[in-house]
Design a protein around this ligand. Structure first.
Ligand code: PHE
Length: 340
């Protein structure tokens, strides 16, 4: 093989080796093995060659061509393998890596307590109902014996939405709505929901908070039923050793009325900071439904009697979870909420 062919081979092999991709290799192939390529050019010189040399040169050229074809084939395989390896490593899955957790949501402490409280009453046979947050003066006040001179009706305390429309200041209007709807006893419901008051915000006041109203009406319902129900409720929510205290109170829509306190969940009655050294914590208001309220809702007070109660859901949540500022329940700070 002459020098020229040796040089050509060296160049071609170097170019094949240097090819870094299929398309680069294709270019090299065209350059050396293509119709107008280097090998082809050499083939064309055969015609002018003296007969004596032609055969040997032609043979050398064909062998060279064969070697270059083999070399490109090999290179092609090599590049393919390399590409495959790269693809595999890029797509590989390291199953020893720790999985990553999706953050799961959780219930707001108020929602949890709301559910806990309703569950206790459901177990005692109560139905759960809800009433509107926007009320009329009749349902929120009048029908509940809160007449227009009553201080609670002061616009200072309520959010009015115009003439005769306001955000309910208590869940008690649901008492009237339920009795009206049912038409006749027996009634045994609880009605949880949001209520609104124009209070200045501080650690124990929020313009929006939650109550759960309870109402039982039937023949011969007595204060004994009220006491037993609320005592059972207190034990279910705060623990079986909790004592309940009933003291006279006043609400325009119940007569007699009482305020219910539980023995302090921190000191058990000894006296501490939470119960302000009294040993007791007030948690709800209750009473026997006022005959006029039964009448207002279309029930005959001569035939039927009932009891009602209103529990502060926020207050129960704060006691259960030792939350000392009601605002925490409304700020939705994840650092706080994540603790529940
Ligand atoms: N509605 C009263 C309040 O908001 C609570 C209550 C409800 C009292 C039912 C007696 C009976 O303070």
């Amino acid at each position: 093989m002459n020098e020229e062919l040796e040089k050509l081979e060296a160049n071609a092999v170097a170019a094949i080796q240097a090819a870094d991709s299929n398309s680069e290799l294709q270019d090299v192939k065209v350059r050396f093995l293509g119709k107008k390529g280097e090998i082809g050019k050499q083939m064309a010189t055969l015609k002018e060659m003296p007969h004596s040399q032609r055969k040997a040169f032609g043979k050398a050229l064909n062998e060279l061509k064969g070697r270059l074809i083999n070399a490109t084939e090999e290179k092609k395989k090599e590049l393919e393998e390399k590409a495959l390896k790269k693809k595999i490593s890029a797509e590989s899955l390291d199953i020893t890596l720790p999985g990553f957790r999706f953050p799961t949501g959780r219930l707001h402490p108020l929602t949890r307590v709301w559910h806990e409280i309703t569950d206790v009453f459901i177990a005692m046979g109560f139905d759960v109902v809800e009433g509107p947050e926007i009320e009329t003066e009749w349902y929120n006040f009048e029908a509940l014996n809160l007449h227009s001179e009553h201080p609670a009706r002061d616009e200072q305390d309520s959010f009015y939405l115009g003439e005769n429309r306001l955000l309910r200041t208590q869940t008690s209007p649901v008492q009237i709505r339920v009795m009206e709807k049912m038409g006749a006893p027996p009634v045994q419901i609880v009605a949880p929901g949001r209520v609104f008051r124009r209070d200045a915000t501080d650690a124990s006041h929020s313009p929006v908070f939650h109550q759960i109203e309870g109402l039982v009406v039937d023949k011969d319902i007595t204060m004994g039923h009220l006491k037993a129900t609320l005592e059972a409720f207190n034990k279910e929510i705060f623990g079986k050793d909790i004592l309940s205290r009933f003291r006279p109170d006043y609400f325009p829509f119940t007569e007699p009325s009482c305020e219910v306190a539980i023995s302090c969940i921190i000191c058990g009655g000894e006296g501490c900071g939470l119960c302000k050294r009294t040993g007791w914590i007030e948690i709800l208001g209750a009473g026997m439904v006022h005959p006029q309220v039964l009448k207002n809702a279309g029930f005959d007070p001569k035939k039927y009697s009932g009891f009602a109660f209103g529990i502060g859901i926020d207050r129960v949540a704060m006691l259960k979870y030792s939350i000392d500022d009601i605002r925490l329940l409304y700020e939705n700070d994840m650092r706080f909420l994540k603790q529940f």
